[in-house]
Design a protein around this ligand. Structure first.
Ligand SMILES: Nc1nc2c(c(=O)[nH]1)N[C@H]1C(S)=C(S)[C@@H](COP(=O)(O)O)O[C@H]1N2
Ligand SMILES: [Mo]
Length: 316
């Protein structure tokens, strides 16, 4: 990781953008750098995963791509998962994440609050595989085969009350298991949120697996979000809790830098990040840069969610 001085913002090259780092917080940078070491691709043993036998999930032919899938080795060795360090090379450190036993709490404005074991939840959900684009706000991108279930299926299962306007998602909090959570520069646990309409959109997906098998830990096992029309930081990993609420959730990144990482965070090549352009993206593992598309190529599916929200900062 590069440690920058405040002045270097002015000359920051797009290719060196590491936006999700809080450049001016030197203490956080130093603490965060402890857990970092360059790591090769980590192949994790998944055969003792209780959900293994349910893979591969049936492919949903509605969600295919016009670009090649990112090589698994590239996607699984270049990750953002600040619980395990602020560099991209956290795959090895993330093996400390214990994904069983794992329960998921569903609370707030729902018919019946509950806590369900991840394997019971996976059994209860309609399983499918979808090929999705993925675009990080830092301008790298990938194309991934996610396995999981539609967020809509979780809504049907959780039965939110009519007063629920948002769903707030929270990652586990366990600094012993995740040394990055001891970094005083970040207000863990990691939190993200969606409106109920966004969560009910066909594209919103909850991920349990990647590349036809249970997700490796660095991808945010055993349950993470995939909302491909939004910047990657919205896709919260290793979810422990879904809270249905009438208040707009404030994410970890919004707490830190509200002008850079807002609630909506929809992909738009014409709205630059305050510190760099969003016009193009680098396809991980290829060295190629291509133009970024409005809503990351998913405008037909999601633009309608936002037509009545004219005053909002939809793209930051
Ligand atoms: N809990 C948690 N979720 C997270 C993050 C994180 O640091 N912690 N990083 C986010 C960011 S910035 C991105 S780009 C994606 C990265 O997902 P990937 O490593 O599977 O590509 O995860 C998102 N979800
Ligand atoms: Mo990101």
């Amino acid at each position: 990781m590069l440690i920058r001085t405040r002045r270097s913002w002015d000359t920051l090259q797009e290719s060196e953008a590491t936006p999700e780092a809080v450049f001016f917080n030197r203490r956080a940078l130093l603490a965060g750098s402890i857990a970092m070491a360059a790591a090769p691709a980590v192949a994790q043993r998944l055969d003792d995963d209780p959900s293994m036998a349910s893979y591969p999930f049936p492919k949903n032919a509605r969600y295919t791509l016009d670009r090649s899938l990112t090589e698994e080795a590239a996607a699984s060795s270049y990750n953002n998962f600040y619980e395990y360090g602020t560099s991209k090379s956290i795959a090895r450190a993330a093996q400390a994440l214990k994904t069983r036993p794992w329960t998921v709490v569903i609370d707030g404005l729902v018919e019946k609050p509950m806590e369900v074991g991840i394997d019971d939840l996976i059994k209860a959900m309609p399983k499918e595989e979808r090929l999705y684009r993925f675009r990080c706000v830092e301008t790298w991108a990938m194309a991934v085969p996610w396995s999981g279930f539609a967020f809509k299926a979780l809504l049907d299962y959780a039965k939110p009350l009519s007063g629920a306007k948002f769903v707030r998602m929270e990652t586990f909090l366990d600094p012993k298991m995740a040394p990055g959570q001891r970094n005083p520069g970040y207000p863990f646990p990691y939190v993200e949120g969606l409106t109920i309409e966004e969560a009910a959109n066909d594209l919103a997906f909850l991920v349990t697996g990647v590349y036809g098998k249970p997700a490796q830990k660095q991808f945010g096992a055993p349950l993470r979000l995939a909302v491909p029309w939004k910047y990657g930081f919205k896709s919260v990993k290793s979810i422990r809790k879904f809270t249905f609420t009438d208040k707009q959730p404030v994410s970890l990144w919004e707490q830190l830098q509200p002008m850079e990482y807002g609630f909506w965070a929809n992909v738009n090549p014409e709205v630059p990040h305050p510190r760099w352009s969003q016009a193009t993206e680098e396809l991980l593992g290829t060295g190629k840069r291509v133009p970024t598309q409005l809503y990351n190529g998913y405008a037909a599916e999601v633009a309608g969610l936002y037509t009545s929200l004219k005053g909002e900062r939809l793209f930051t």
